[in-house]
Design a protein around this ligand. Structure first.
Ligand SMILES: Nc1nc2c(ncn2[C@@H]2O[C@H](COP(=O)(O)OP(=O)(O)OP(=O)(O)O)[C@@H](O)[C@H]2O)c(=O)[nH]1
Ligand SMILES: [Mg+2]
Length: 217
């Protein structure tokens, strides 16, 4: 009995979240804002990547920084003088559409073209929670181990763009970044997988090219 009740509650939450996600996407479409959900492993380089994109993309950008305590990443984005909303998820390990809806109300949507939504770092909880974004970019790094993709298949099946970061330290941590690319391709053959070293500024222009292609679609 107890188990059945849990499942129904979770089911209801997901239905409500999906409805709100659709509403968020309508708000974004009306304002002509392209929203990118940035998901990925803890410490894989999500904030570092968004920092690079803010500086190198030729589009006005805003950021929603979601985290259990959001002030750290939000503080990093604020340095670039772009609109930033920090969302504290507290004990929750993912953002949801309701939280994002509130953030959208506080952003100057008519002044921006791209919105990055950094989710809480992990490869499990955010998977089921659409936020209303147009694209899901998943960031992992070699330091999580080159079996990460095989161990967390769901997030890669749903991804539109996958980044394998920190290739500069692949050898030092004994990881094969090409195996990680192949593992993603097995799960999601059409997805674009880009290897990066944000430390050495490698791969960022390829990501921008890919994002701009999606924006044109
Ligand atoms: N060696 C190396 N370190 C990197 C690279 N990219 C990011 N880092 C470092 O990795 C650490 C974590 O980077 P963040 O950008 O904070 O990662 P994150 O995914 O936003 O982390 P959370 O939000 O806490 O999940 C920082 O110390 C970065 O300087 C890279 O390409 N190579
Ligand atoms: Mg971060």
């Amino acid at each position: 009995m107890h188990k059945i009740a849990d499942i129904e509650i979770q089911h209801d939450i997901l239905i409500a979240n999906r409805k709100l996600a659709k509403r968020n996407q309508k708000i974004l479409d009306k304002a002509n804002v392209f929203a990118v959900d940035v998901l990925g492993a803890i410490g894989s380089g999500k904030t570092s990547l968004i920092e690079k994109l803010i500086q190198e993309m030729n589009h006005p950008v805003a950021v929603i920084a979601g985290d259990v305590i959001s002030k750290f990443d939000a503080g990093r984005f604020e340095k670039y003088d772009v609109p930033v909303i920090g969302l504290n998820t507290g004990k929750e390990c993912h953002l949801d559409s309701h939280l994002v809806e509130h953030a959208l109300q506080d952003l100057p949507l008519d002044e921006i073209e791209v919105l990055f939504i950094e989710n809480v770092g992990n490869l499990i909880c955010p998977v089921d929670f659409d936020l209303g974004s147009h694209l899901r970019m998943v960031v992992i790094s070699v330091s999580e181990g080159d079996d990460t993709v095989e161990k967390h298949p769901l997030i890669f099946k749903d991804a539109d763009l996958v980044i394998i970061n920190k290739v500069d330290i692949a050898q030092a941590v004994g990881a094969d970044e090409n195996k990680m690319v192949q593992d993603v391709k097995k799960l999601n053959p059409d997805v674009n997988v880009i290897k990066t070293s944000l430390k050495e500024n490698k791969g960022v222009s390829e990501i921008i090219k890919s994002l701009e292609e999606f924006m044109r679609q």
